[in-house]
Design a protein around this ligand. Structure first.
Ligand SMILES: Cc1cc2nc3c(=O)[nH]c(=O)nc-3n(C[C@H](O)[C@H](O)[C@H](O)COP(=O)(O)OP(=O)(O)OC[C@H]3O[C@@H](n4cnc5c(N)ncnc54)[C@H](O)[C@@H]3O)c2cc1C
Length: 365
């Protein structure tokens, strides 16, 4: 049944805005905030299909990082040196923008440093041999010396990244939405968009708005409304009950960034291993893959050597948006219609940078 609206709803709530952003994750919410700060008289609305952001921004692992050595080496093979160095710079600038926009307290930032731990001697040797080269490149690119250093952690060969930190992703998104409210940006939840075209956004219930400009920031869900080469990729995460004498404190990477873990207080957060079932995990449906779950439980027992009585408190999945070379898609699709998506698993780091670039595009239209 087509929904009916009152005069008041039509005149005040369904008035078409100057900018409508689809997607209330870190990219959409930040873009709306930056745009409103520059254009305080414009009416800006963010819409989201969930009752809260329901993609990756509140379902991630909370690593504020520029990447591990084995991840960079794998990326160098796919994308080449210039792209990878520019990406590291973008991640670094994005993290600085995140901290300066929000303040460290509002995102629960902890400057803990990050270790990549190795169980494969050959991979460790390859990475160790590249540490000096990478350090030199990073010093030139982002002005930070000796970022990576070879260490040992809990008996494993490791490479430490002194720039890495951890955040509280839930707090970040709550604080960001608080800023949106203070700036006068309206957010409409439970509002699933079924199609977008210049000056026209249609919702599942049949409601149509005619905004002057539209930004699609739905990341892993992009291909449902705009035809762009972004693949959904599901990621799985568990958080344990508190563990006595818990040793793995800080942030940790393993196996080219595919496996990641950190402490949250005395708990372990562990996730990833999507590479074990890449095809099955190319989906925008939330859910648990038993193969991945079994691997991660085994990793907690055999590699992290948790005490035998450890228990999972909560587990969940989130949906990322991947591009072929991991570069985000940031473009004007048609007059008045823009897309910022394909954060490729790095949205905490690059999300606000991408959002700010999207606002520049929108303003130059
Ligand atoms: C398990 C996991 C772990 C991760 N860990 C990290 C990490 O440690 N560090 C890091 O930097 N990055 C990490 N990421 C990636 C990071 O979370 C994402 O890159 C980032 O959150 C993407 O933000 P976004 O705003 O582009 O997309 P999202 O946060 O996915 O936001 C898109 C929004 O669009 C909404 N939406 C979708 N379709 C529609 C529609 N048709 N109509 C209306 N609304 C719609 C969704 O509900 C969603 O809220 C992780 C991701 C996952 C899944």
């Amino acid at each position: 049944m087509k929904r009916e609206f009152s005069f008041w709803e039509r005149e005040e709530w369904l008035k078409s805005p100057d900018l409508l952003v689809v997607g209330a994750g870190i990219v959409g919410a930040s873009a709306a905030l930056f745009y409103k700060e520059k254009n305080p008289d414009h009416d800006v609305i963010v819409v989201d299909k969930g009752f809260a952001p329901e993609g990756a921004s509140t379902r991630n692992a909370g690593f504020a990082c520029v990447g591990s050595v084995s991840e960079h080496l794998a990326d160098l093979e796919i994308a080449g040196e210039e792209t990878v160095m520019n990406r590291i710079e973008r991640r670094w600038n994005g993290l600085k923008r995140l901290k300066s926009t929000m303040g460290e307290e509002a995102i629960g930032y902890e400057s803990v440093g990050g270790h990549e731990i190795f169980t494969d001697d050959q991979l460790f040797e390859q990475c160790r041999n590249k540490v000096n080269w990478l350090n030199q490149k990073l010093a030139e690119k982002i002005g930070e010396a000796e970022v990576y250093s070879v260490k040992e952690f809990e008996g494993y060969p490791a490479i430490f990244n002194r720039l890495e930190g951890a955040i509280n992703s839930g707090l970040l998104m709550r604080s960001l939405h608080q800023k949106l409210a203070e700036a006068g940006v309206r957010v409409l939840w439970n509002s699933k968009v079924s199609s977008v075209e210049p000056n026209r956004v249609e919702f599942e219930e049949g409601v149509v708005l005619t905004p002057k400009k539209i930004l699609s920031a739905v990341n892993g869900f992009t291909s449902n409304i705009i035809d762009k080469p972004i693949q959904p990729a599901r990621g799985f995460v568990i958080v344990t009950e508190p563990i006595e004498d818990f040793k793995w404190r800080g942030t940790f990477h393993h196996d080219r960034g595919y496996v990641y873990f950190r402490n949250v207080g005395d708990r372990l957060l562990l996730g990833g291993a999507r590479n074990l079932a890449k095809e099955e995990e190319t989906t925008d449906q939330f859910g648990v893959n038993p193969k991945i779950k079994e691997y991660l439980y085994g990793f907690a027992n055999d590699v992290l050597k948790l005490p035998s009585n450890w228990k999972v408190d909560i587990e969940w999945s989130g949906i990322m948006g991947m591009t072929e070379n991991k570069e985000p898609i940031l473009e004007q699709v048609e007059s008045g219609l823009f897309v910022a998506a394909g954060l490729s698993g790095m949205g905490i780091a690059v999300g606000m940078e991408v959002a700010s670039q999207a606002v520049n595009l929108i303003e130059n239209d």
